[in-house]
Design a protein around this ligand. Structure first.
Ligand SMILES: O=P(O)(O)OC[C@H]1O[C@@H](O)[C@H](O)[C@@H](O)[C@@H]1O
Length: 152
């Protein structure tokens, strides 16, 4: 699999790999030359870990987190869509946290003119028929680009 299609790495020293988690879901792992680290799961398109170059975890994950679909992971950076909390008729924080996202190969980088060293991960969620039945407001897809500025 060509990783270059999935991320916009402006620092060629950055290591990137796609690994499979214990549920068979892909995760994108980024490592900077100085040891900073990020892990993004395609389950929910969620950032699960972000560590600085001193190895310190910058994101909270609950000790009660359940890392198994269809339960959303409690912690990291979740994508709450199309509702937050119980503000609508859907499951808490919407269904996007419980879907398997895809790495987006087609979207052009949003930060094309920014020469700072960094890496980004592009993710896309396309609605299923069932999604459109329970949330019939019509949308083509949800696109998310995470930009990690630690890769210096
Ligand atoms: O427990 P979940 O579904 O992962 O949601 C995370 C948290 O989301 C918050 O919005 C709620 O106030 C918390 O009660 C909840 O624990």
């Amino acid at each position: 699999m060509s990783m270059g299609h999935y991320t916009n790495l402006t620092d060629p020293r950055t290591e990137l790999e796609v690994v499979r988690d214990w549920n068979g879901v892909d995760q994108v792992v980024l490592r900077s030359p100085r040891g900073a680290y990020a892990r993004v799961s395609l389950h929910g398109g969620q950032v699960l870990s972000w560590r600085n170059d001193r190895g310190e975890e910058l994101l909270f994950t609950s000790s009660k987190a359940i890392f198994k679909p269809p339960k959303a992971t409690r912690g990291g950076i979740p994508i709450c869509f199309p509702q937050f909390g119980n503000s609508g008729t859907l499951e808490q924080h919407g269904f996007a946290r419980n879907r398997i996202w895809a790495l987006d190969e087609e979207h052009p980088p949003l930060n094309q003119n920014d020469n700072n060293s960094k890496a980004s991960v592009d993710l896309i969620l396309k609605p299923s028929e069932d999604d459109l039945k329970c949330w019939p407001h019509g949308y083509a897809f949800v696109f998310v680009q995470y930009v990690f500025p630690f890769l210096l």
